[in-house]
Ligand binder design. Structure first.
Ligand code: 25A
Ligand code: L14
Length: 340
């Protein structure tokens, strides 16, 4: 039988994540029959390449999805809230990268290495949510540990790249860096403070409980993906002057005792994970090495000597790839192979 092919749309196609989604569809040879590139009126009319052809970017509209089988969205939460229901009504399945639908109990929240079975629930609303970038790279290595040893509590601190905020934030980091090394005053537009040569303990908006929305996404999404509300999760999310690649310091308390060596052995064969852990040779995961890769890199695996069952690790991934575009296209692949 010839391979089934699909009419695909990318909403937010001109953004940092949308661009990568287009590249991932190409690289992974997703079975595309036709492609539609959608963005706001600001980008409509611009041309972008798909597999050697120029495609004109169209304005995202309620009627954009007639005849489309799968739409991958990364146009921000407001656009997703507004347009995903129209897409679903037209019979199109939406894979949404924004935070808009993630905690809707009817919408599955999927990391293919962790809970691929949840894709089946796309039938509830015609929408599947792609988790937050920091959550994805955390649950990928934690899932095999959770399954074998149980996890009571997670304490995570992140070191997040500016590309998560989009192209404008990447431009701001380069502009500020250039100005400051020439002793010129720099402009501050995207973040509330200078990001070059600085760290900001502030990602997304502050909530009434004193945490940021990004921190609470890590708490709530982790429980939803691992299907376990009893896990304690606490997060501090920090923006650092890195272009691509989020790093995370993760401390876990397991239910059963586990040694650092046992974790290393388990993660050596875990799906989507690469262990990079040879500190004597100065070898550990780095954002600049993870950039452009689809795996989640884990190193600095060691026992937390302050509690009986604790493990520390350093986890790095490309936030635009595994944290967003690759994960979304992997979800679309499961849909295409098993459900549509
Ligand atoms: O709301 P959320 O969920 O929190 O998400 C907020 C943002 O975070 C990114 C993503 O940014 C998203 O918009 N993001 C989300 N999840 C992420 C994840 N897991 C994540 N990043 C990393 N990991 P982005 O830059 O990747 O994508 C933005 C795209 O969305 C299009 N868009 C925005 N509003 C839209 C819309 N498309 C349709 N309808 C709408 N209402 C946006 O297209 C882009 O493709 P665009 O045309 O608005 O912008 C294209 C170019 O124009 C510049 N530009 C943007 N805003 C302005 C502007 N120029 C002038 N004035 C402006 N106000 C941009 O620089 C861009 O090049
Ligand atoms: O996907 O880094 O919820 O500014 C929104 C904020 C992605 C990262 C999401 C950032 C995030 C983004």
């Amino acid at each position: 039988m010839p391979e089934k092919k699909f009419n695909v749309a990318v909403a937010g196609a001109t953004g940092a994540v949308g661009n990568q989604m287009i590249a991932c569809l190409e690289e992974r040879e997703f079975p595309v029959k036709s492609i539609k590139l959608l963005a706001s009126h600001r980008s409509a009319g611009r041309k972008q390449r798909f597999k050697g052809d120029w495609v004109v970017v169209e304005n995202l509209k309620e009627s954009s999805f007639n005849g489309v089988d799968i739409a991958i969205f990364s146009a921000g939460g407001d656009a997703s809230k507004k347009y995903a229901p129209f897409a679903a009504k037209a019979g199109c399945v939406v894979v949404d990268n924004s935070s808009a639908w993630r905690m809707d109990p009817e919408v599955p929240l999927v990391v293919p290495e962790v809970n691929p079975h949840a894709v089946a629930d796309y039938t509830n609303k015609g929408i599947i949510a792609n988790p937050n970038c920091s959550t994805i790279q955390m649950v990928v290595p934690l899932k095999p540990i959770y399954d074998k040893y149980g996890i009571k509590r997670i304490i995570v601190s992140t070191y997040q790249a500016v590309s998560g905020t989009g192209i404008k934030a990447m431009d701001e980091l380069s502009d500020q860096t250039r100005c400051l090394i020439h002793s010129e005053k720099c402009k501050i537009n995207v973040y509330p403070h200078q990001i070059a040569f600085n760290c900001l303990p502030h990602i997304d908006v502050f909530l009434d409980n004193g945490y940021t929305k990004e921190e609470m996404k890590m708490v709530n999404e982790t429980k939803k993906i691992l299907e376990d509300d009893s896990i304690g999760v606490t997060a501090t999310t920090v923006r650092v002057p890195v272009f691509i690649g989020h790093s995370e310091s993760i401390n876990i308390e397991t239910k059963k005792h586990v040694t650092a060596d046992e974790v290393r052995v388990l993660l050596e064969t875990a799906a989507g994970v690469k262990v990079v852990d040879n500190p004597k040779e100065n070898i550990y995961p780095l954002a600049i090495d993870a950039a452009g890769q689809d795996l989640t890199f884990v190193g600095r695996i060691r026992e937390d000597e302050s509690i009986p069952n604790g493990i520390n690790m350093w986890v790095v991934a490309d936030n635009i790839r595994k944290g967003a575009a690759t994960n979304a296209v992997q979800i679309a692949e499961i849909l295409a192979k098993e459900y549509l």
